[in-house]
Every structure is written in C-alpha cells, then in structure tokens.
Design a protein. Structure first.
Length: 188
C-alpha cells in the first residue's frame, strides 16, 4: 500500500488541494443570475379570499357553504347539488354575484317569487339590504323614486356591492339629505 501511495502521491496531493479549495470557496445563499435556481415570488402569490353563503329553499343540499369570493350563484348551486324538481328556475338569476354572509332562498313554483330573494333576518326589523333588494323594495325607501332605485341597481351591477351603508351616496341622485333619511332603514 505504501508503494502505491509513493507511486501516486502527486495525484493524492492534487485531490487534497481540490477538496480544500472547494471547501474554502464561499457559497452564495441565492444566485439570482442562475436561471435554474428556484425563486419564490412571495409578493405575487395571493391567498384566495373566501366568503360564506347560506342557501335555503328548493336546493338539494341546503346549508352554509364556504366559496371563493368570485363565485356566482350557478357555482354555488353546483356545490349544493343543484336545485330540486320543485325549484322555479325562471326566478333564479344564475349569474348573481355573491357576497359574504348572504342568505339566498331558492323559490318553488308555489312561492311565486318574481326573482331570487334574500331571506330577511328577523333581527333586522325590516331593514332593507341595498346589496340584494329588488327595484320595487328600494322604491319604498323615503326619498327614493323609481329612477333612483334603478340607479342603485345599476350601481350594484356596474361597480359591485356596497361595502358600507355610507357608500350609497356614490349613487347618482343620492345626496347627504337623502342618505340621512334612509341611513337607519338600510344595511349591507
């Protein structure tokens, strides 16, 4: 063995030098110039936002569902197993935008609803939800006529749901005076 070492000692010394040089070279934590180095773009990864919707009535699996914020009614109905055979599908706006804490009632033929409606919580004392109220219901508010009610519906469709009661002053035709008349009669 010693003869073998003497014979190839130059190779052993070269290997030892290479190992020492490799160990002494500082290692970079991140090499951004290397296209094969995996990079995590934490700033660009958005966590999905979820909302909770309570669906009742003529649906196969009624209940509370956790869905993505961007979901529409047809997607929620799919999660709930679809509608029953008694559901009045002509009264359902399948493209309805959903919002957090919404309660939806899918009507039957016997109910005779003209459109899908939100179930009013008995604790709200008949306060009107401006995010879901029909044109006719909005028209019952003091200072709100048919054209202003239509403006509210148009605002919801074009801009999106109101996030606070105060946002109603952004609707054309509703000023501070009208807002002061209706602020205790509406909710979001």
């Amino acid at each position: 063995m010693l003869d073998l070492f003497k014979k190839h000692y130059i190779y052993v010394i070269i290997i030892i030098i290479i190992v020492v040089v490799i160990l002494l070279i500082p290692v970079k934590d991140e090499d951004e110039s290397n296209p094969f180095y995996p990079q995590i773009l934490s700033d660009t990864i958005d966590e999905p936002e979820y909302i909770y919707i309570d669906i009742k009535g003529e649906v196969k699996n009624p209940g509370v569902y956790k869905v993505l914020k961007e979901y529409r009614l047809f997607q929620l109905l799919s999660l709930a197993g679809g509608v029953t055979g008694e559901a009045d599908t002509l009264a359902i706006n399948l493209s309805l935008k959903l919002y957090d804490q919404q309660v939806l009632y899918i009507p039957s033929f016997e109910d005779g609803y003209p459109i899908i409606v939100d179930v009013l919580d008995e604790n709200h004392n008949n306060i009107i939800n401006i995010n879901s109220a029909s044109l006719e219901l909005l028209d019952t508010l003091p200072g709100i006529g048919p054209s202003t009610a239509q403006s509210i519906v148009d605002y919801r469709n074009d801009v999106g749901f109101f996030t606070s009661v105060e946002d109603i002053v952004n609707v054309p035709g509703i000023g501070e005076a009208t807002y002061n008349e209706i602020k205790n009669l509406i909710t979001v």
